[in-house]
Design a protein around this ligand. Sequence first.
Ligand code: GDP
Length: 424
Amino acid sequence: MVEAIVGANWGDEGKGKITDMLAEKADIIVRFQGGANAGHTIVNNYGKFALHTLPSGVFYGHTTSIIGNGVALNIPVLFNEVKSIVDRGVPMPKILVSNRAQIVMSYHILFDQYEEERLGGKSFGSTKSGIAPFYSDKYAKIGFQVSELFDEELLKEKVVRVCEQKNVILEHLYHKPALKPEELLEELHQYREMVEPFVCDTSAYLWNAIKEGKNILLEGQLGSLKDPDHGIYPMVTSSSTLAAYGAIGAGIPPYEIKKIVTVVKAYSSAVGAGAFVSEIFGDEADELRRRGGDGGEFGATTGRPRRMGWFDCVATKYGCRLQGTTDVAFTVLDVLSYLDEIPVCTGYEIDGKVTTDFPTTALLSKAKPVLEKMPGWKTDIRGIKKYEELPENCRKYVEFIEERIGFPITMVSNGPGREDIIYK
Ligand code: GDP
């Protein structure tokens, strides 16, 4: 069976923890989109880890981790990440890299930096990992596919073609040094050496695994609102963050995805620019940020403070719908235990009218949050294993949100560890 684990919001919902937990019963975990621009934080018996490219199942001996064709593959980052976990005592994971994945080149990272510099204050808040230039090149058909690393003639010809195109922009738009074909070729040779032992037709591998009845997890990055089509364009990422894209980014039939676990956080956080209707500021935000996640809400890749907000029913209802949610995993509920009252954004007021439908970007920027207050529970809920044992006000909070978003909350996470989970 294939199950997808995706986010309903702006990312950082706790997908890593849920994947790590569900991976116990999985055979294969697949990353299907995105690159090293976002991260998952995972706490388990080996310690605390920030993963950017490796799937969150790498900590188990019985799982195979796949980098699917939809991923922006940064080969040195992947191998440093493998080294960093192995150095800390995790057994060498079994990793397969799709022969159809494309490669993030060093110039993609440079172009990302140069463009952010050029845009100055109007920048998108990119993590400068080269993701947007990478996907632009993929669709402009000048990207390097892993399979091409093994065709020397093609590489020699293509590096020249790529340099011609890139150097015009480097010279005239960015006023930066030109790329040299021989240096790109050398870079590609290094990548070939690193990746060769792991390259595989992962789509065929998964097809066979599905036929054998294996349990497969598709692990998404970021969340619905960062999807290029359905998110807060243009403040989005450059590959689809939706479960439906899991079929494409892994190379499997769409009808095989039987379960879509959408991870939803008990409050909101976002990184980067863009409208964030339920955002809070000042001391209120600082306190939630400090208490949030596991050791504060700071970016797993960049370390930058995340923007904080109350739970947003409008954005989450929409985010869950676009994912095709079968189950909601409601995370980080324990963090809210300090509050006397918990505001929840239940509607958007746009031009004097209240709506519960998530609008397009221009309207979104005009939206003001309609807040309703729920009573807090003021007791620590960590360690609780049964839903009925949660304080009444805590259950009321969960059920209020479940009703407003219209999708079943089947799991409640009350701590960062694998075992901190309550099945509802
Ligand atoms: P992801 O990218 O969706 O995997 O999310 P991140 O890893 O960026 O952020 C989630 C953060 O919350 C991590 O630091 C997790 O360890 C932590 N976390 C996940 N679930 C829980 C939970 O239920 N309670 C607490 N306190 N922390 C959690």
